[in-house]
Design a binder for this molecule. Sequence first.
Ligand SMILES: O=C(O)CCC(=O)C(=O)O
Length: 227
Amino acid sequence: MQTLEHNVAQQLRVFGFARIEQAAAGVIDDLTRAFDRVIEPPAGDVPDERVTKFDVHTEMPELALVTESEWARTVCRTFFERQFQNVTSDANLLVGDSYWHSDGFYHTPFLRFVLYLDATADDAGALRFIAGSHRADNGWLGDPTRHVIRHHQDLGLDGSDIPGVVVESRPGDVIVFDTNVLHSAWHGGVRRQLAFNCVGEPVTEAERRDTRLYFLNRYVSGSVPIG
Ligand SMILES: O=C(O)CCC(=O)C(=O)O
């Protein structure tokens, strides 16, 4: 019988994303308290601006409850099939839409683990994905990706009408995705998100270059594009 981690690794390879239901249920209260300590909850009206704290594991040691958990490490070990490392972590107070994007297109896969501390739904900021769009061998590097990103001009569709897979989340769920995969979130209010990214130990020069670039891009372009 396949283990949960094998199933998740397989979904990540084929579709580019997976939800691990309630994987962090036992630590969600600790994480929520820690988040509110690091990014103060907004008082009153919905804030206009998103807030991101990079390298949040330094201020929030509680994140290790997830990054060092046996299940997260097993998912990474099974997916990368070699040594791996956590390269970045961030806490985000997200507001509004996140337009269709991938977190860069790399030949080296990077995994992003995200936890929403507030429930998300189809009509309330849930992440959605275009299944298989992380795979250059599916031809997604060219026109298909451009059409999704230019959905208004090229297809006459609103972002939320692009036929993606909506992955709703309740506190305790963890969503993992290959950062190449096209993803977005629509109709969202304020949502608290914790995230960290992992990469297999780079072996080739191309992998080392990708890893350096990926790391830089996250800091230069910010965490999450806003729609
Ligand atoms: O939840 C969102 O608004 C988008 C999240 C996202 O794009 C990310 O974490 O990379």
